[in-house]
Design a protein around this ligand. Structure first.
Ligand code: PMP
Length: 369
């Protein structure tokens, strides 16, 4: 018997606005092919594992002390990486880091959202944006995309101008649909926005589009670019997200962050992983090639995959997407039902995993027809 198990959430003095809500979470099931959470399918190389181990061992000798509250060395390393990756010169003071980009996004909402304020996003998009808004009591304003999930830049700018949100989320490439916003459309949204525009670039390494860090100089009081080591960097378990912005934006986030939020172990491990960026990011090219192969194969099978700039593909059409998701699971292939009618999302895996997914897809479409 579990102590206190007779008490349910309904018995708790929970905030009224949180009652009846569901927590974020994809099912984590024990299957042989896991293509549901947009991770990098390639495990870290042995040299990286050895370096992370050594760095954590060294950090362990100092665990009686709090870590560097401002994670300066890690931020300098991230700034160097991002400068090289984008060609835009960024300093340590332009970069902030936290436990996954989810924490970065939460801090942004704590500082720029909150009661009496609003955040707008173009749906379908990353479901944590409205969940983090709810947690910080920021009103969520859903805005539409076109039927093909692309963003209508003029309409987006018009809505932003009309609704005057304090925070706008632009996910590029967009999760779960895959495509990026064009630079012109992003500028149109920035020009219309009265507040902060968060460009969530969690999947940027998989995209050929320029990063929005190019716009920090032009819109220093507006643009925040959020990034993560969870996807291309193959570091999802390490929990390291970061952002690039004008230094004043980061000063604002210091007002809401928890002291010592990034453990010494996390900082050391992330720095070690960054030293192997060339090796981990080497998988990006292979994943893009596999993405193109999966898209072509899905189309040949009779599916309609949405164009993707990321390491996943949204595809349809199913009369009953959830039933189809279960059918994949019967084949030991776990993909994601993101709640878009008629569609499912698959993360690009290793060639063998993608073959297993495509074989299951063939069986699914034969069953449907
Ligand atoms: N933004 C987007 C668009 C994502 O898809 C994800 C991961 N699913 C995140 C942010 C958060 O990732 P993390 O907290 O692991 O950095």
């Amino acid at each position: 018997d579990v102590l206190g198990a007779d008490t349910t959430m309904a018995d708790l003095p929970l905030r009224d606005d949180l009652r009846g809500r569901s927590p974020y979470g994809a099912p984590q099931l024990d299957v042989s092919v896991r293509l549901n959470t947009n991770e990098n399918p390639y495990p870290p190389p042995p040299e990286l594992v050895a370096d992370v181990t050594a760095a954590v061992r060294e950090a362990a000798a100092d665990l009686h002390r709090y870590p560097d509250r401002d994670a300066r060395q890690l931020r300098a390393d991230l700034a160097a990486y991002l400068s090289t990756a984008t060609g835009v010169g960024l300093a340590m003071d332009n970069v902030w880091a936290a436990n996954g980009s989810n924490e970065v996004l939460q801090q942004i909402l704590q500082a720029f959202g909150g009661p009496g304020r609003s955040a707008l996003g173009f749906e379908p998009s990353y479901s944590m944006h409205p969940i983090l808004s709810a947690g910080t009591r920021t009103d969520w304003l859903p805005a539409p995309r076109r039927a093909d999930f692309s963003l209508d830049g003029a309409e987006a700018a018009r809505l932003v101008a009309e609704k005057q949100p304090d925070v706008v989320f632009v996910t590029s490439p967009n999760n779960p649909t895959g495509a990026s916003i064009s630079p012109e459309d992003l500028v149109a949204v920035l020009d219309a926005a009265p507040g902060v525009v968060v460009v969530d670039e969690a999947y940027a390494e998989f995209s050929a589009q320029p990063s929005a860090v190019e716009l920090i100089e032009r819109y220093p009081a507006k643009v925040i670019v959020s990034r993560t080591m969870s996807k291309a960097f193959a570091f999802a378990g390490g929990r390291l997200g970061y952002l690039a912005a004008a230094p004043a934006m980061i000063e604002a986030l210091l007002l809401v962050r928890l002291p010592y939020h990034l453990s010494a172990v996390t900082q050391a491990a992330a720095r070690a992983a960054l030293r192997h960026a060339d090796a981990t990011l080497g998988s990006v090219r292979a994943l893009i090639d596999e993405r193109e192969r999966v898209v072509v194969s899905l189309r040949e099978l009779g599916f309609t995959p949405a164009p993707s700039d990321a390491n996943f593909v949204l595809f349809g059409r199913f009369t009953d997407a959830h039933r189809a998701w279960e059918r994949y699971l019967d084949s030991d292939v776990l993909i994601r039902d993101v709640g878009i009618p008629g569609h499912l999302r698959v993360t690009i895996g290793t060639p063998a995993e993608n073959d297993a997914f495509l074989a299951a897809s063939k069986a699914v479409i034969e069953e449907i027809e």
